[in-house]
Design a protein around this ligand. Structure first.
Ligand code: JFZ
Length: 476
């Protein structure tokens, strides 16, 4: 019996793919246990900051129609009862962004400090910013005519910024597209055509733009799509075979039980957790060691260009705080831009890009390539770490000018501390043991030190403290 059990457990473990004892056999769940370990994913992980761009014919009405204000997200205006579908579907005839200059956008992104960008090749309306041969509803049919995706890929790549392509599965322009599963034979045929069309377009994108690093999927929540788990899984494999190292988030496919993002065994589907949309996890443990990104709008919920931003608009200070918070939990933070119908980035966004860029020039070292540091969260800010250094980014300077840091029992200890921006020393005070038998240290900000922005203190350690990797190892 014992031998039998031992053999059974060995076999169960050899099944691989995180098949825990109580897990079920899945054909189309996660295909890997834990994080990817290849160089492509490592590069992505080190980006810290990204840019999202939502651009399409919805930028022309810019959230208004016939003088009426559309209260939804501007890129959804076609679905508004006040928006005649015919009018929307003819907007492409006016698409002529004479001010569009991909190099200008790319330089601005570079100055902002972004390392990767995600560009909408096709949003839910189905309008393609590349000249797809599978539909005429593309930029090639507009007065502008030129391939926008090509210009984006070339200009950003020339600046050393990795390009990922956003692609919506929802396509309101394709006659075979539907949200509910097809029922009648006729509907089945039409949906099959839609599937073939979708696959063709994705293959076309990877063929036309082979240097892209990833695909950012959206609109994959329709029941019709979810039911195609096996087919979507094989499509994903085909795309990966075309592009080595291709990065795909968890918003592409469901498992055969219809579970999205995390499969029926709780394992992350594909390469990173894509559920953090305008939302940041409470703490790193909820991520269970998985890679993730947070995509964030500057206004409340506007991705495409809306001429009239109402409600709270985030400042660069808000975004910098979110960025550091994400990187401190091993995530990337992606800020969205919605250029107008003529191809201009609006002044509010340009100011954000400039201000974030200024901060990143002084402090980016604390974020690029940095990882989570498993130290007790403190109210004054966030920890990141790399190469034996802890970076303490201070957002709430304590009135007594003393920053508390608790090092767990047995952990490496601080050797030296200084301001990142000018190398000026910061005094380290050994404050004895904390409650958990670890060490409490105080880092003394000189009372005369003035800073109008969040600042970083570098703490040189004997060696690295535990990182997010430990959550990963605990899981597998
Ligand atoms: C989708 C789009 O509908 C939207 O227009 C935009 O492109 C955005 C990036 O993605 O919107 C979503 C998708 C998922 C959630 C919320 C909005 N979600 O999971 O919470």
């Amino acid at each position: 019996m014992r031998t039998f059990l031992a053999t059974f457990f060995c076999l169960a473990m050899m099944q691989g793919a995180a098949q825990a004892a109580d897990s079920i056999a899945l054909k189309h769940g996660a295909h890997r246990a834990g994080r990817r370990t290849d160089v492509h994913m490592q590069r992505w992980r080190e980006h810290a900051l990204g840019q999202f761009i939502h651009w399409g014919v919805y930028a022309i009405p810019g959230g208004q129609w016939n003088g009426k204000y559309y209260p939804g997200a501007a890129e959804w205006i076609r679905s508004w009862s006040e928006m005649p579908k015919k009018d929307y579907d003819n907007l492409y005839k006016q698409f002529n962004p004479t001010d569009f200059d991909a190099q200008r956008w790319a330089r601005q992104a570079k100055d902002m400090g972004v390392k990767y960008m995600i560009f909408t090749t096709k949003h839910h309306d189905g309008f393609c910013l590349w000249p797809s041969r599978y539909t005429s509803y593309t930029v090639a049919s507009t007065p502008y005519r030129k391939d926008v995706v090509r210009q984006i890929v070339d200009a950003y790549s020339a600046e050393g910024i990795d390009v990922h392509l956003y692609f919506s599965i929802i396509d309101w322009n394709h006659k075979g597209y539907r949200s509910a599963p097809p029922q009648t034979p006729k509907e089945v045929v039409a949906y099959e055509e839609f599937k073939t069309f979708t696959a063709n377009q994705l293959v076309e994108l990877l063929t036309n733009y082979p240097t892209i690093k990833g695909l950012w999927f959206d609109g994959s929540w329709d029941k019709a799509w979810v039911e195609q788990a096996a087919w979507v899984d094989s499509l994903g494999m085909k795309l990966r075979a075309m592009s080595s190292g291709l990065i795909i988030g968890s918003r592409f496919r469901a498992d055969e039980y219809g579970k999205r993002h995390y499969d029926s065994n709780g394992n992350l589907i594909d390469d990173y957790d894509q559920t953090w949309e305008r939302d940041i996890p409470e703490n790193i443990s909820v991520l269970r060691g998985n890679d993730w990104d947070c995509v964030m709008t500057i206004p409340e919920n506007q991705w495409g260009y809306h001429s009239d931003w109402r409600g709270y608009v985030k400042t660069s200070a808000d975004l910098i705080e979110m960025l550091v918070r994400c990187v401190a939990m091993d995530g990337n933070f992606v800020v969205n831009f919605g250029p107008d119908g003529r191809g201009n980035i609006r002044p509010e966004e340009a100011a954000i890009a400039r201000e974030v860029g200024e901060w990143m020039r002084d402090n980016g070292q604390a974020l690029y390539g940095a990882a989570h540091a498993d130290l007790k969260q403190q109210g004054w800010g966030y920890f990141t770490q790399k190469e034996g250094k802890i970076y303490a980014t201070v957002f709430n300077r304590p009135v007594n000018n003393l920053l508390s840091v608790e090092f767990p029992r047995g952990a490496s200890l601080p050797v030296e501390a200084y301001f990142l921006v000018d190398g000026k020393p910061v005094e380290i005070i050994n404050a004895g043991r904390n409650k958990r038998n670890g060490r409490l240290y105080k880092f003394a900000i000189p009372p005369g030190y003035t800073a109008s922005k969040p600042f970083v203190i570098v703490i040189e350690m004997q060696q690295n403290v535990p990182s997010g990797e430990d959550y990963h190892q605990a899981k597998t």
